[in-house]
Design a protein around this ligand. Structure first.
Ligand SMILES: [Zn+2]
Length: 208
């Protein structure tokens, strides 16, 4: 449908606001300008004039994980080794956005696997975490996706992902609990089947 000039105008109670002339009316920034109006603010005032564009840039970055390809991330960093003990990368910081409120949740994720003749370059594991964190997420799915991806990339004997996070939608609104963490885990292969393997991992995670 062709957009008339008036389509770029919008009504807020009592006033008609002209959108910034150079803005693509379908862009995130244009929508954010409308949201700012709907909140009763003036998007033309100094402090807010570039805010819609900033929000667009931030949102695109925070959801850039959709464009990430796990296979590409690890390309050139898969190595054949004889090592068959646990590999653990712990305390990987992440920042994500809950898909229910589009508010941040953030915390740490611990990623472990038991190699089966193949390992992933250690620095690639935090990048895999980011690829799934930078999306609209729920913590449970984020945890599962990291585990399943490592499983399919290197077919290890086991994968374990433990994620500990705080959710702004719980802290700032709703129940307003500032100090509760949510912990999720995904255990595959030997970590699921063998209690000793799982216990060894949990003690490694807790060791300081
Ligand atoms: Zn939420």
């Amino acid at each position: 449908m062709p957009r008339s000039k008036s389509a770029a105008k919008l009504k807020t109670p009592g006033k008609l606001i002209e959108m910034s002339p150079k803005m693509d009316p379908d862009s995130i920034a244009a929508h954010m300008e409308r949201v700012i109006c709907q909140l009763g603010e003036d998007p033309k005032r100094d402090g807010l004039v570039n805010t819609p564009a900033r929000i667009e840039k931030a949102l695109k970055y925070l959801t850039s994980g959709y464009a990430a390809d796990p296979q590409k991330i690890v390309n050139g960093a898969l190595f054949d080794v004889d090592y068959d003990e646990v590999v653990l990368v712990r305390d990987i910081e992440f920042f994500s956005m809950c898909e229910h409120h589009m508010l941040p949740f953030f915390g740490k994720v611990h990623v472990a696997y038991l190699p089966n003749k193949k390992v992933i370059g250690l620095s690639k594991i935090p990048r895999l975490v980011d690829a799934f964190a930078r999306r609209l997420q729920i913590q449970e799915r984020l945890t599962q996706q990291i585990a399943q991806t490592i499983q399919s990339l290197i077919q290890p004997r086991g994968v374990a992902v433990v994620c500990q996070a705080r959710h702004f939608c719980m802290m700032m609104r709703g129940v307003e609990k500032q100090h509760s963490d949510a912990i999720t885990s995904a255990m595959l292969g030997a970590f699921r089947e063998r209690k000793e393997t799982r216990d060894e991992l949990l003690s490694l995670i807790q060791q300081r």
